[in-house]
Design a protein around this ligand. Structure first.
Ligand code: P6P
Length: 342
């Protein structure tokens, strides 16, 4: 049946159709997205039954961030590494859960074009309370020579060099959202056929939004500019409808960003006097989300410039982030720039 007539278009069919738009495209990126989707389907099965099997709870170790590792964190990390090691398209990976990058050491991988960075299960502190969590991934074309193992420089590229980026949200439904520079598309897992199917074509972030998303409990630690912006959000004056904005904060970046992408508004995790670079990581949380948000017509800034233009110096470095609808993020930056400590 002609896919143009069929209602359900799978992720593979969609990426192959997209590839055909570029005569020189080889389909390798499509194949890599398929591999990432496979890993996330395997993770999804465990996340969905987490309450029934002995996979909840703490793993009893901490990761490079000093964060307590959950059993599901480890499962998700190992699943992504195993699937990508068997992918013909991936030369190596970097993960929130691993101290350093992993260069796959087989000849196939030496000749693979891409490297993948990921947060295997973001928001994992929410696992035991059944709040939405997710996998976030970034895909770069390697800069190191082919025919040899990938190197550290492959993983320290700025976000403006991203080939693609995306996330899978394990929520009321399981969705994969990915972006290239030309657009953002969302796919919902149809478990009866085990395929991610196109459900949100050409996603755009609303230019305006009435939701702000921040851990407001940290207000005492924020710079004056951030405090002034928070007061703006809570003040009914200066609003089109004479009402203050609504606060929504799940504490799971994928869930908070997915809502911001769909409904508009702003998500922000500022720096503060104690954490000069904020909490969220550049290479596998903020950059992928920034590519998605910019491709959807939104803004992603660190308070003094585009997230995607930051030149990484360390694999696990952090950055402040203000991301979402053009209007509200621009408004936040007018406060932050005015009162920045720097
Ligand atoms: P806080 C989860 O641990 C995470 O890395 C992101 O998913 C989330 O946005 C953030 O931290 C929540 O941090 O300090 O508000 O608990």
């Amino acid at each position: 049946m002609d896919t143009k007539k069929r209602k359900l278009i799978t992720l593979d069919e969609f990426t192959i159709q997209e590839t055909r738009k570029f005569p020189h495209a080889t389909g390798e990126l499509s194949s890599l997205l398929r591999d990432i989707a496979l890993a996330c389907k395997i993770i999804n099965k465990q996340v969905n039954k987490a309450g029934l099997v002995d996979i909840l709870g703490k793993h009893g170790a901490t990761n490079v961030q000093g964060e307590e590792q959950m059993k599901l964190d480890i499962f998700a990390n190992e699943t992504l590494i195993n699937v990508l090691q068997n992918s013909a398209e991936c030369a190596g990976i970097a993960s929130e859960e691993n101290d350093d990058f992993v260069a796959f050491d087989d000849v196939f991988s030496f000749n693979s074009k891409y490297v993948v960075l990921f947060d295997p299960l973001d928001g994992s502190s929410n696992i035991d309370v059944n709040a939405s969590i997710g996998t976030i991934f970034s895909i770069y074309r390697r800069v190191s020579p082919m025919g040899a193992p990938c190197t550290a420089e492959d993983f320290l590229q700025p976000g403006n060099k991203l080939m693609a980026a995306g996330y899978v949200i394990y929520g009321s439904s399981t969705m994969l959202v990915y972006a290239t520079k030309i657009g953002v598309n969302g796919f919902t897992l149809e478990s009866s056929i085990g395929e991610f199917c196109l459900s949100h074509p050409n996603l755009k972030c609303p230019e305006k939004g009435r939701i702000y998303s921040v851990n407001q409990g940290n207000t005492c630690k924020y710079d004056q500019g951030v405090k002034d912006f928070l007061n703006y959000c809570m003040d009914k004056n200066g609003k089109d409808d004479g009402e203050p904005l609504s606060l929504r904060y799940i504490g799971s970046m994928v869930a908070d960003l997915h809502r911001t992408l769909i409904k508009g508004g702003i998500f922000f995790y500022p720096a503060d006097q104690k954490n000069k670079s904020g909490k969220l990581r550049l290479q596998y949380e903020c950059n992928p989300m920034a590519l998605i948000m910019e491709a959807a017509g939104g803004i992603a800034d660190f308070g003094a410039g585009r997230i995607l233009d930051i030149i990484p110096t360390e694999l696990h470095q952090r950055t402040p982030i203000y991301i979402g609808s053009k209007e509200l993020v621009s408004k936040s930056l007018s406060f932050v720039a005015e009162n920045s400590i720097a």
